[in-house]
Ligand binder design. Sequence first.
Ligand SMILES: [Zn+2]
Length: 57
Amino acid sequence: MEPNLLALLACPVCKGPLTAKPHSLACENCRVEFENLQGIPVLLADRAKALEAGGAG
Ligand SMILES: [Zn+2]
C-alpha cells in the first residue's frame, strides 16, 4: 500500500493511526486489524478482527 494513502486512513473505531501489515491494517490502540482486500482496506468496525494476543507486537 502507498504510504501516502495509509496516512489518510484512520481506524473507524478510535480514528487513530493504522499500521500496515502484509494483508491487513492494524490499529494498535484498539488491538484489532482490518482486512485488506485486493488493496482495498475494509475499514468497518463490524469487520474488525482482534489482533493475536501476546508477541512482540
Ligand atoms: Zn482503533
